[in-house]
Ligand binder design. Structure first.
Ligand code: FES
Length: 177
């Protein structure tokens, strides 16, 4: 048989735990938030260029500029990555531009364009990709990671890209969240 004093003590402990959880959960989320944001790259569309700046079939690299939060400090906008844009042939094509993150799906180095401009090459371990992002040798675990593209309806459309980061060394394209 439980005494009245023990019952009171258990109730007090339970209430204290509930209050601690309610107060603590948002605090933990707040503390983790900058870390999670930094790892994922943040998502969201970033304006990069105008369609008129691109020549059909000639890849161009654009930096992704974004304000960064490192731990609990907010820094001014700075490059957090880069994106390759490739304009597609055909006036009024359904997909006028394709975008790839320059982060190599092998181990994350920055992918460059070969000197002749006919393929992408990662300098770290020689992963090679066609201009449509398909792998051209067995080094990378998958093709280059494409990104979602949005065009404005101006006469010279503005190209925005949803910048994301993906897991390396995986055959699947898995976003880091
Ligand atoms: S990181 Fe690109 S080939 Fe290894």
């Amino acid at each position: 048989m439980i005494s009245r004093r023990d019952l009171y003590r258990y109730l007090t402990m339970g209430l204290g735990g509930a209050i601690g959880f309610v107060l603590g959960a948002p605090g933990i989320a707040y503390l983790l938030d900058p870390i999670l944001r930094r790892v994922s790259g943040g998502g969201g569309f970033v304006p990069l260029a105008r369609l008129g700046e691109l020549e059909v079939g000639v890849p161009r690299s654009f930096p992704v500029i974004r304000a960064r939060r490192d731990a609990w400090v907010k820094y001014p906008p700075e490059p957090i990555g880069s994106v390759w844009l490739v304009r597609q042939p055909g006036e009024g094509a359904k997909t006028p531009v394709v975008a790839f993150t320059s982060e190599c799906p092998h181990l994350g180095c920055a992918i460059n364009l070969e000197a002749d401009g006919k393929a992408f090459l990662c300098p770290c371990h020689t992963s090679k990709f066609a201009l449509d992002g398909k792998p051209m040798n067995p080094v990378p675990p998958r093709g280059m990671d494409s990104l979602e593209v949005k065009l404005s309806s101006d006469s010279d459309p503005k190209i925005s890209v949803r910048f994301e980061r993906f897991r390396t060394m995986s055959r699947e394209k898995t976003p880091l969240v």
